[in-house]
Design a protein around this ligand. Structure first.
Ligand SMILES: [Ca+2]
Ligand SMILES: [Ca+2]
Ligand SMILES: [Ca+2]
Length: 395
């Protein structure tokens, strides 16, 4: 029945390649949208009701504004000429605005074929580039669309424009990576004074925000540089969005560790793969100026024996701590999911390969056990999430 439609191959190829001329995005070629098509695209303020567009609907003149870090519902509805048919969907958004729908920019794919509407929620990445970009909706009969560009047989594609705007609680300058320095100037920037103190006071200085997606490495970030010309502070938070951030670490002065100025700052912490970290470049009191952020990622390694090589997230067989701790048994401290200090009287979570230090004033209740829960590690001895005892060395 549908084979006859392949006869229009040449005509359709010509038609669509002509239709898409002048666009930077990959061309798309569909063969037939006479039996089924994209009928409704509903995303934030977009509610576009259409019939068959002959395989491609260019609705880039229709746009909606969406905010970094926020969620938006998306509902897609197929339309049919006659019988209901089962359709698969994919949606891409070019978050980094490089005119390519990268594989990690697939924001939705339906798992089953359906003749009904499908719905999902789209989260705008905190590090999505600000400004105008493209959303592409693909619908294909009976089989999932292969990618954002590949030729297929029955269905339709529609393009829309999205305007990415900053979250005013933490307007993000961009993403930082493991090894590429970032430079900026905070003079005249928004203040980050809505946040609670995080290790050091947050003050009222103008701020810049960055995001970093966890790699599992230990990440160090410093403003120590000849290109930094003011008294900086650095803060690191994690969270789903910047309206609900958790303090990871903060620093004001590097002191003698920075050869350029003792007022520059440095933080280091273990990252959880895939977790979003918010990096706040701030200043002491109301200080502002030029800065250079230098980043360095190193595979994490724990302080004890038994780890099967650094950075591979294998569960360690045992851990030892080389700290100046008095004899006795110990109650573990607050959950830490990264390198850091253990605070008194809590239990400890940390990631395989993390390094932890006990503070000199670590509280040691008598007759209590000290244990750590190893999470996010790969081997079976001990099992992930098993608690294993620390071996504490005598001073
Ligand atoms: Ca349509
Ligand atoms: Ca892209
Ligand atoms: Ca400082």
């Amino acid at each position: 029945m549908k084979t006859v439609l392949y006869f229009c191959l040449i005509a359709c190829l010509f038609h669509l390649s002509h239709h898409l001329q002048g666009q930077n995005y990959c061309n798309i070629i569909t063969f037939d949208a006479t039996k089924e098509w994209i009928a409704i695209v509903n995303f934030n303020s977009i509610n576009n009701i259409t019939g068959s567009n002959g395989g491609y609907g260019d609705y880039t003149n229709i746009s909606t504004s969406i905010t970094q870090g926020q969620n938006y519902p998306l509902t897609l509805t197929p339309g049919f000429a006659n019988n209901l048919l089962n359709e698969y969907w994919k949606v891409y958004i070019d978050w980094n605005q490089n005119d390519v729908f990268d594989t990690n920019e697939l924001v939705f794919q339906s798992n089953t074929a359906s003749s009904q509407s499908v719905s999902t929620n789209i989260t705008v990445p905190s590090g999505a580039n600000l400004g105008s970009t493209r959303m592409r909706v693909l619908m294909r009969w009976n089989e999932p669309p292969i990618d954002a560009c590949t030729i297929y047989d029955f269905g339709e594609i529609e393009d829309y424009t999205l305007n990415i705007v900053a979250n005013q609680a933490c307007p993000v300058e961009g993403s930082i990576s493991c090894s590429t320095p970032s430079t900026g100037n905070t003079i005249g920037a928004n203040s980050g004074n809505l946040l609670n103190n995080c290790v050091v006071s947050t003050d009222n200085a103008p701020t810049h925000w960055y995001v970093f997606t966890g790699t599992g490495d230990s990440l160090s970030i410093t403003t120590c540089s000849a290109n930094t010309d003011y008294d900086t502070k650095l803060f690191v938070y994690s969270g789903d969005n910047c309206n609900a951030l958790n303090c990871i670490t903060g620093n004001d002065e590097m002191l003698s560790a920075c050869s350029h100025s003792f007022t520059h700052s440095q933080v280091e912490f273990s990252t959880v793969p895939g977790l979003t970290y918010y990096i706040l470049v701030s200043g002491w009191n109301t200080s502002a100026g030029n800065y250079q952020l230098t980043t360095n990622c190193t595979p994490t390694s724990n302080s004890g024996g038994g780890n099967n090589g650094g950075g591979n997230n294998n569960c360690p067989n045992n851990l030892t701590l080389n700290n100046n701790i008095t004899d006795g048994t110990y109650e573990a401290a607050s959950s830490v999911s990264s390198d850091g200090n253990i605070n008194p009287n809590n239990n400890v979570n940390f990631h395989a390969g993390s390094h932890i230090d006990l503070l000199p004033n670590f509280n040691v209740p008598i007759n209590t056990d000290f244990s750590a829960k190893i999470i996010n590690c790969a081997s079976s001895k001990p099992l992930p999430n098993d608690s294993i005892p620390f071996s504490i060395q005598k001073p």
